[in-house]
Design a protein around this ligand. Structure first.
Ligand SMILES: Cc1ncc(COP(=O)(O)O)c(C=O)c1O
Length: 342
């Protein structure tokens, strides 16, 4: 099967497994795991920031950043299709005590002018805004990204309002490779950010928070409370260090995604927005999604139904160019015959 359901389905490489087996480890709750420390130092330096913190998952990073940057009883301005709003089990409200002020957008990126309108000052009884939250790249909107000038425009709004800016960068390296921005560019613009090692970088477990030393120290305390402080997690960090060497190859995933999108557009042009296939995610829209997923599976290709009318395919290191070519042929075969939604 060619598995295009998500870039989370990757398996650790042989090199990662060897590094995990050989990792120098210690008790990270005591701050004594040298491999975790090496990963955190490298991540902080990569983004030009003071400190970093390894966490078990991207959701945990997001939730810890909420604790650090947004007080309970405040409002977080965020794009409506964001991961934190849709896929985190209501944790922002349940555990973080915040409410989300969701803004719709054309393709997943918040417009600076709309953010200005959404910010509410501390005027009783208005709920005050505490944080502006962006997603880079945007998962539910097909892997689209903010250009650097767009990020700076939102940052300027945050600075004027005295608010922090958070970047959920689960796929931030995809954005960097596609846009030509550097991780340092993103580190400069965000008050705090996180990136995932377990998506298209191919590590088995782990995401990393990056920011100021004070904020990361506070996050470490919250990580403990949330049960995410780990012991000999150098085993995971060892794979993460190798994952960080795999950033440049993301361009291959983007090329493979383009191949799939163009094949789909050849036979169903109205269902694919080629302009917004910008990284490793391809959406086929306005089709009967369960039928498409079933038909693709019948030809050895796994895709995901986002809802009744949208199919998602995600490229990643375990999908070769030959796999993508084969999947593109399957799309050409399957798409003409599937039911469409108006
Ligand atoms: C944008 C975004 N943020 C956060 C996460 C959560 O990451 P994890 O699955 O590691 O908890 C995901 C996962 O798909 C994501 O796409």
């Amino acid at each position: 099967m060619i598995d295009l359901r998500s870039d989370t389905v990757t398996r650790p490489t042989a090199q990662m497994r060897r590094a995990m087996a050989a990792a120098d480890v210690g008790d990270d709750v005591y701050g004594e795991d040298p491999t975790v420390r090496a990963l955190q130092e490298r991540a902080a330096a990569l983004f030009g920031r003071e400190a970093a913190l390894l966490c078990p998952s991207g959701v945990m990073c997001n939730q810890l950043w909420l604790r650090v940057l947004a007080a309970p009883g405040t409002e977080v301005v965020v794009e409506a299709d964001s991961h934190v709003v849709n896929y985190e089990g209501g944790a922002g409200a349940l555990l973080g005590g915040v409410q989300f002020r969701t803004l719709t957008s054309a393709h997943g990126q918040l417009d600076a002018a709309a953010v200005v309108e959404a910010i509410r000052g501390d005027h009783f009884p208005l709920t005050p805004t505490s944080l502006i939250w962006l997603e880079q790249t945007h998962n539910r909107r097909g892997g689209t990204y903010y250009r650097l000038d767009e990020l700076h425009a939102v940052r300027d709004v945050c600075d004027s309002a005295g608010l922090p800016l958070y970047v959920d960068g689960a796929r931030i390296f995809n954005a960097a490779v596609a846009s030509g921005a550097t991780p340092q560019d993103y580190g400069t613009v965000a008050s705090g950010l996180m990136f995932s090692m377990s998506k298209s970088l191919g590590a088995p477990v782990g995401s990393v928070m990056v920011g100021d030393a004070d904020a990361i120290a506070e996050a470490r305390q919250w990580r403990r409370r949330y049960g995410g402080a780990m012991r000999q997690s150098g085993v995971l960090a060892a794979a993460g260090l190798i994952a960080l060497d795999r950033v440049d190859r993301l361009a291959e995933d983007h090329a493979n995604a383009r191949l799939l999108a163009e094949a789909a557009a050849e036979v169903a042009a109205e269902c694919v927005d080629l302009e917004h296939v910008q990284t490793n995610i391809v959406y086929v829209e306005d089709v009967d999604a369960p039928s498409v997923v079933e038909a693709l599976a019948g030809h050895g290709v796994l895709a995901g139904a986002m809802d009744g009318r949208t199919v998602r395919m995600v490229t990643h290191p375990d999908v070769s160019a030959a796999d993508a070519t084969q999947a593109a042929d399957v799309l050409r075969t399957v798409l003409p015959g599937v039911p469409r939604h108006a």
